[in-house]
Ligand binder design. Sequence first.
Ligand SMILES: [Zn+2]
Ligand SMILES: [Zn+2]
Length: 254
Amino acid sequence: MIANYHTHTMRCKHATGTDEEYVLEAIKHGYKVLAFTDHSPWPLHPFESASIRMDIAELAEYVDSIQLLKKKYKDIIDIKLGLEAEYFEDRIDWLKRMKELFEMDLLVFGNHFHMTIAYGTYYAFYDNTHQVLNHYRDDSLAGLKTGLFSIFAHPDIFARSIRVWDDHAEDMSREIIKCAKQQGVYLEFNLGGMRSRAGYPYLPFWKIVAQEKAPTLIGIDAHSPSDLSDVKSINEARKILKDLNIKVTDKIAD
Ligand SMILES: [Zn+2]
Ligand SMILES: [Zn+2]
């Protein structure tokens, strides 16, 4: 791996290691680019919690820490600052303002939740099984069309919530993939899902990516510095993508 654009920090409450430990691990294993894209905070509704993301009060400190590392290691590795965020229609302008205010290099689209942060709205275990495909499609298309995001993380995460892969799933996947291609957003083959055997990456989805020739990259989704050097999952992903005849982009243009 030359570059990884999907790196978390301890602030999200389910990752380990200091920010600098991620940088040192990346340097040790030959990365040229490391983007920190931790789970974005959101201005929360009264019934929401930041249990899997940084608190809003931590955002400025996160930015400072990454900027400091960026300067410290600038001759060795290109460190980028960003966030992984959902598409929430009522709050997306706030995210846009934060990106501008803190001069972030990129945002990664992690379409985890529909409208609010709650267990039942998590697209990996979606309560409304009747509407999961429609809701996921609508949020995906809206998020992709904001122009805010460079990468669509685990675009196939919804596959965990469905029992059968039917024409509806196929059609909405194609619509999402075509939209990403049109918007110039990279689809991420997510190693977090691969490491935990979570049910994604889901091959029927990636067969459509292959057919549509949509831009693709591999994302470590690092929640521990050692994830960056997990050669086993990286090689497995490369083999799957090669077998599907999908061209992988190693490094995206600045
Ligand atoms: Zn996470
Ligand atoms: Zn992530």
